[in-house]
Each structure stands twice: as C-alpha cells, then as structure tokens.
Ligand binder design. Structure first.
Ligand code: RFL
Ligand code: PHB
Length: 392
C-alpha cells in the first residue's frame, strides 16, 4: 500500500492531523495499535485552549463540542486557606478554555475519519520506520496477523511518549531534554457534581489537589501522591478524606466536595521531556511523541493540536506549491511554543506541589509567588495568557 502521509498513532494528534489533511485534499493512512474502544475510553486531558477549540471547529469537528463542552472563563487558585480567581478573558485578550474531555475529542475525530476520511486501521501495530533519509520512507506494521508495509512520501510519528517513531531518528541526530518530578498524581473519576463551576488548583502543606470535571454530574479529581503509589492503597474513603483536608473548603460559600461513586482510579507519573529536532529527513514527530509536560498546566493535548495544525499547513503548502519552506521550518516553529508550554507547566507544577524534601523556606517562596499572582494584574496576566494558550 502507498499513501502520501503515513500517520503512526490514532490519538488526538494523529486523528486531528488526518482530518486537517483530508480537508486540504492530501491523502493519508492512520495506523493505530489499540482497538477503537480502548482509544475512545482512555481517560486523559480535560481542558481545551481557545486555539484548539477554534481549530476543531474550523476542521468541522466542533458540533458536539459546542453542544456539550463547558466554556470556562476563570480558574481558582487556593492557598493559605483562601481562594483567588484568575479571570481569563480580561487578562488574556478575550480568550477562555473549554472543559471537553480528550475521550470526546477522540470519539468525534474517529467518527469523522471513518465516515469521510482515508483509512484508519485499529489493531495495526507499527514495528519499524525505514528509509526516512530517502524520498520513499516506509512503515512496517502488523495487522490481522500479517506483516505489512506502507510506503509514503512522509511519515508522521503521532505515537505518543512510548512510541517507536522517535527511535527511527539516529541517536546521534537527536537530543532529549528531560526532568522527572518526585511525586505523581492519583486521579479519580466520580459520579458526583463538580465542587464548583470552575477548576480549583489547591496548594496545601499536605500536597497539591485539583478539582476538575467532565460534566455537571461527573467530577475529575486529582491528589499529589508519592512516586510508586499503588492505587489499591487508597480506598475511596481515604481519597475523599484527603481531598477534604487539602481543599479545606470550610468557609467557602457555594463550594462543596460532594462524595459519590468512584468509577475510575489511577496513578500517573509526572515528567517533562522534549526531543529535538522534531523532524529528521522525511519523518516528522508531533504531540507526545516529541514532548510531554506534567499535567498541571493542562497543556499536553493543546500542544499536540498546535503541532499538527502547523504540520498540516506545511504539508498542504508542499503539495499546493511544491515548496518545502514551511516543512523545513516545522521543528523550529513548534519548538518555540513547546518550550513556552514546558516552562509554564514546570512553573505551575513546582509552585503548587510540595516536594518531599521541601524546606519551610521553599513553602514561603511558593506562597509569596501565589500572593504575587493574587495581587499583581501583571503576574496574573502572565498566568492567564499561558493557561488560556498563546495565539497560534
Ligand atoms: P497519545 O494520546 O499518547 O496517542 C498516541 C497513540 O499512538 C498509539 N501508538 C501506536 N500506534 C501504532 N503503532 C505503535 N507502535 C504505537 N505506539 C503507540 C497509541 O495507542 C495512541 O493511541 O498522543 P497524542 O496524540 O500526541 O496526544 C497527546 C495527549 O494524549 C496528551 O498530551 C494529553 O493527554 C496530556 N494531558 C493533558 N493535556 C491537556 O492539554 N490538558 C489536560 O487537561 C491534560 N490532562 C493529560 C491530562 C495527560 C494525562 N495522562 C494520563 C498522561 C491528564 C492526564 C491524567
Ligand atoms: C482534567 O480535567 O483532567 C485536568 C484539568 C486540568 C489539568 C489537568 C487535568 O491541569
């Protein structure tokens, strides 16, 4: 089989790229190792930036998002026993964010791809990418028990942090910049109404906590826990008690941590990583395959979307004009935004979490920084503009 663009991975980056290329009249094939149900149910991101929402709408994938997504104009920072609201539109030139789960974005894009787009193969596990230094690279994959080869003009690795595409770049040609954090998140999905209309990011000496949501009836809540934590050690009751202690909502009118059945519980590690460059020969990397951030800034899915928006434009221009100028600039263009989001995610993470070796001095610094954000419109605007996402 031959196609113009071979896409490895049917997560948000691979699926959005396929949709954008379809709209631009460029052929592609998407190879996804998992089955459809698995990809549609994998619990992950919840927050979409303005630019991501605009791109989904423009791509014709915004109907259900507009009907069911929850537009949010602010977030709450809770520290030192009080709360401070960051108003996004007034501080970030009118931009806001949407609560619309990654599972729903993925369902919408899969439905569109299967109805209108090129081939999207589930259960197609890519084993190797070859010939990326030539003008006829190929992808070797296993599907329905058979080894197959897809030849392409370009290969795009949208296969996430543990994917194979990145390893097709010789080690001497890539550099990975990385940081791990000495804590993880325990996340639960619960059939309980959200604590409040907006997300609450809470700093506490017991550790960080986050109250998010999936709908007016379903909450998504996170707790900072030590690395290596086994979710089985956290009974539902223990999770709720700890959330209560960290949010300490006592005097906050209208805010209530209501308990309900926990329908999912998992632990996720926190890591920052960037691999440069994002292009080698005819192989391009996008989304988590090239970079990951700790989730505290809600940037991962949005960065993945930004990469493929830049890439789809570059590939469309390549086939419309024959020029490779935009493709040649792809890595540098994306990395500027990537490093900004890396810094913001690192800042949110280290300002809000309690490091196991944290000195009382460090806690005072965190509180001083949070106080600064609460009292200086400039400091608040810096946070709001990064959180709502910089314009593309
Ligand atoms: P994905 O989603 O990992 O998709 C990669 C796909 O590639 C497939 N694959 C292969 N297919 C074929 N052959 C192979 N050899 C393959 N190897 C892998 C995989 O099965 C998969 O389907 O990467 P993508 O598309 O780049 O998307 C990135 C996002 O998923 C990720 O950045 C976000 O989920 C990060 N993230 C958040 N981002 C936000 O913008 N806002 C948030 O609020 C937010 N919250 C989160 C998050 C990530 C989390 N976790 C679990 C890491 C919350 C959590 C808990
Ligand atoms: C989520 O709803 O899953 C979520 C929201 C905000 C974050 C991270 C995760 O910063």
């Amino acid at each position: 089989m031959h196609t113009t663009v071979g896409i490895i991975g049917g997560g948000p980056s691979g699926l959005l790229l396929a949709r954008l290329l379809h709209n631009a009249g460029v052929d592609c094939v998407v190879l996804e190792s998992r089955d459809r149900a698995y990809v549609e149910q994998r619990q992950r991101a919840g927050i979409l930036e303005q630019a991501t929402v605009d791109a989904l709408r423009a791509a014709g994938a915004g109907a259900r998002l507009d009907a069911e997504g929850l537009a949010h104009e602010g977030i709450e920072l809770r520290f030192d026993g009080r709360s401070h609201r960051i108003d996004l539109p007034s501080l970030a030139e009118g931009r806001r964010v949407w609560v619309y789960a990654q599972t729903e974005v993925v369902k919408d894009l899969i439905a569109l791809q299967l109805a209108e787009g090129g081939p999207l193969l589930f259960g197609a596990e890519v084993r190797a990418v070859e010939g990326v230094e030539t003008d006829r690279p190929s992808i070797r994959y296993a599907h329905e028990g058979r080894e197959q080869t897809l030849t392409c003009d370009y290969v795009v690795g949208c296969d996430g942090f543990h994917g194979v595409a990145r390893t097709a770049v010789p080690e001497s040609e890539r550099t990975t910049y990385e940081r791990t954090y000495p804590y993880s998140w325990l996340g639960i999905l619960a059939e309980a109404p959200p604590v409040y209309d907006e997300l609450i990011y809470a700093h506490s000496e017991r550790g960080f906590a986050l109250a998010s949501m999936r709908s007016p009836a379903v909450s998504r809540l996170y707790l900072q826990v030590p690395n290596g934590t086994d979710p089985a050690d956290w009974s539902d009751r223990r999770v709720w008690d700890e959330l209560d202690a960290r949010f300490s909502l006592g005097e906050e009118p209208g805010w209530r941590l209501e308990r309900g059945p926990v329908i999912q519980k998992s632990v996720l590690p926190m890591r920052s990583s960037v691999t440069e460059p994002m292009r080698y020969g005819r192989l391009l990397l996008a989304g988590d395959a090239a970079h990951i951030v700790p989730p505290t800034g809600a940037k991962g899915l949005n960065l993945a979307a930004a990469d493929v928006i830049v890439l789809a434009r570059a590939l469309a221009d390549r086939y419309a004009t024959g020029s490779t100028e935009l493709l040649d600039a792809y890595s540098d263009t994306c990395l500027r935004r990537v490093w900004r989001a890396e810094h913001f995610s690192y800042f949110m993470t280290t300002t809000l979490h309690t490091d196991p070796g944290q000195l009382p001095f460090d806690t005072r610094l965190q509180l001083s920084q949070l106080e600064r954000i609460a009292t200086s419109p400039h400091a608040a605007a810096e946070l709001a503009q990064n959180y709502a996402g910089l314009p593309l």
